[in-house]
Design a protein around this ligand. Structure first.
Ligand code: AGP
Length: 611
């Protein structure tokens, strides 16, 4: 993770870099720093904690640095070395400063070699080998540019870095796997970890290809491919979305993003529907074939979306679906001959585990598709085919609107496959399309139950352990509810398939243990209710979020929230989309009550770009 920025040729470079770091804070917020060149001397400014700490330090020197035109900056998600000032980037060696995102996997080896040359290390970071290698190379009579190339040839791993030398009016940047975007300004140039972060400053950007490196001066950008040949890369016009950091009156971005689902999912659904008669989903482009299976692959919340996708696709189209965790797929030597297509799901389009899994699938000759929210993200650029969720930037670290939009796309894919395979009639297909359009307003109804989830949150906020249960298609929602709660409130919570309780987890139940069940009206509710009885008999404090149709069956349960039934025949099928809202609201309100940092929970980052 980590966010990096470099700017050259514009006054107030430090302030501009700080503002860009604000946009990159989602990538890590353990500490932040700047390095800038003034009168050919290098200076740094560093602070532990959120960016506001660095802003405070900056205010003290603001007047002195107004004329600075060359700066690099970094917001850190610690990998190597504790969160202390010494390990805060930029990392220096003599008159060289480096900001780095990713991991230098062979840093131990390089460190030993450099120590043998009497180089003294001052940080515990893997990054520090880069500036030292540069210094050593320059001492050996290489110029800065050649020294940078020699470093690229030595370091291994996934990285993006920017380096400056105090006497040179240039920024050297390189990327391998981790993202890096160059922005072409009027009389200045800039580099950042994503396009959004610099979109208020430039209208044209260049995405570096994997393995590219580049030199930025105030008037020119030169790009080189990994074979060292100079290359031109496409310039892309971007729209500025400076309002993405606006909470619109909500207390937190997460709260805003939960409540804006009815609005933004209209975009997702709009992009899927073709003249009310068909869906803009093209299984042939995804190389989905009836006698082969599909692999769905993702991490975290996106992985739970994949699990639900499996239920839908297999149920409606009978095409076998294999669900994989991205972090496992790449290294487990998967047997892929039964599969023709891999669909990866990634809100950010940057999760390195998912990117690597997708590369592995390509190596195994699978056609790759990504479902993502971020156009031009690394995964989007490498996938054979892309489907966008169109829900706008998601700032809160916890996935909310991106999850429900992923579900809508997966369900639409399932229905399209079912229709193509004559598993559903045209009537049912058209009815699905019609019903899809009703989802946003229906979600508003569920959101209007907010107070009920606030009360539920009050009741569980002081618990140390919480269980979530769901059956069938709501089992992944139990997993998602538990993940949301643990990442936001730091309460230990686990999700289980209701039917699995008796196979072990029931041993956890003791007097007063909160158990939250998501209950559909899908013909399986009696079995789930029996599981609840078993939990109550052992002292569990049960809370049920249920389709209102189950009202009579769960009258014995004191703590329940009834979700209105969706009109027509789609209630049970749509239930994971509907039940996502309670899962999100419960986690949000518990975190708010406990006073944790809702939008930037400890130890997490929005975009996970390290393995
Ligand atoms: C969700 O709330 C998490 N922050 C996390 O699990 C996330 O879903 C996961 O890291 C995958 O991210 P991606 O969708 O951007 O690839």
């Amino acid at each position: 993770m980590c966010g990096i920025i470099g700017i050259i040729g514009k006054k107030n470079a430090c302030k501009i870099a700080l503002n860009v770091l604000k946009n990159l804070e989602y990538r890590g917020y353990d500490s932040a720093g700047l390095a800038y060149a003034q009168n050919k001397k290098l200076h740094t400014l560093k602070a532990i904690g959120k960016l506001k700490e660095l802003y405070s330090k900056y205010e003290i020197i603001e007047n002195e640095v107004k004329n600075v035109t060359l700066a690099i900056g970094h917001t850190r998600w610690a990998t190597h070395g504790k969160v202390v000032i010494e390990n805060t980037h930029p990392i220096l060696s003599e008159n060289i400063a480096v900001v780095h995102n990713g991991i230098i996997e062979n840093h131990d080896n390089i460190r030993s070699q450099l120590k043998n040359k009497n180089v003294v290390f001052e940080t515990s970071t893997d990054t520090e080998v880069i500036p030292h290698l540069l210094s050593v190379s320059i001492k050996n009579k290489n110029n800065f540019f050649n020294a940078c190339i020699s470093v690229i040839n030595k370091i291994e791993g996934a990285y993006a870095f920017a380096a400056i030398e105090s006497s040179k009016n240039e920024i050297f940047v390189a990327r391998k796997t981790s993202p890096l975007v160059l922005g072409l300004g009027d009389g200045f140039n800039i580099v950042g970890s994503d396009a959004q972060s610099i979109s208020h400053l430039v209208s044209e950007v260049i995405y570096l290809n994997d393995g590219d490196y580049a030199v930025l001066t105030e008037s020119e950008i030169q790009i080189f491919a990994s074979d060292n040949n100079k290359v031109e890369r496409e310039k892309i016009n971007i729209k500025s979305n400076i309002n993405f950091l606006n909470k619109d009156g909500f207390r937190h971005f997460m709260e805003k993003e939960i409540h804006e689902q009815p609005n933004v999912l209209i975009n997702t659904i709009g992009s899927l529907i073709k003249e009310e008669k068909d869906l803009n989903i093209f299984p042939e482009k995804m190389n989905i074939k009836n006698n082969y299976g599909i692999t769905l692959c993702a991490a975290g919340t996106s992985h739970y979306a994949a699990m639900i996708g499996k239920y839908w696709i297999e149920r409606f189209s009978s095409i076998p679906v294999n669900v994989e965790l991205s972090s496992e797929y790449r290294y487990r030597s998967p047997a892929a001959s039964m599969y023709s297509s891999m669909i990866v799901i990634s809100q950010s389009g940057e999760s390195i585990d998912t990117l690597m899994a997708m590369r592995e699938a390509k190596r195994l000759n699978l056609t790759t598709t990504v479902i993502t929210n971020v156009e031009n993200s690394s995964i989007d650029r490498e996938a054979d085919y892309s489907i966008y969720t169109h829900v706008g930037p998601e700032v809160g670290v916890a996935s909310t609107k991106s999850f429900t939009s992923q579900l809508i796309i997966l369900l639409s894919l399932a229905m399209k496959l079912a229709f193509n395979n004559n598993k559903i009639s045209i009537k049912k297909y058209l009815d699905f399309i019609k019903s899809l359009k009703l989802i946003p307003s229906f979600l508003s109804k569920i959101l209007s139950l907010n107070e009920n989830f606030m009360n539920l949150a009050q009741a569980i906020k002081n618990s140390h352990n919480i269980l979530y249960l769901g059956r069938g298609i709501l089992y992944p929602i139990a997993l998602e509810g538990a993940l949301k709660l643990k990442e936001l409130s730091y309460i230990h919570s686990e999700g289980f398939a209701a039917g699995e309780m008796k196979h072990g987890p029931i041993a956890l139940i003791e007097d007063g243990l909160p158990i939250i069940m998501f209950l559909a009206s899908d013909g399986m509710e009696e079995k789930s209710i029996s599981n609840l009885q078993e939990a109550i008999a052992r002292g569990g404090k049960v809370f049920v979020i249920s389709d209102e149709k189950n009202f009579g069956k769960i009258s014995f349960i004191e703590n329940k929230v009834l979700i209105p039934s969706f009109q027509g025949n789609w209630n049970d099928i749509f239930s994971p989309i509907f039940m996502s809202i309670p899962a999100q609201l419960i986690a949000y309100h518990v975190a708010r009550e406990r006073g944790t940092d809702v939008d930037q929970p400890r130890n997490l980052a929005k975009s996970v770009t390290v393995e």
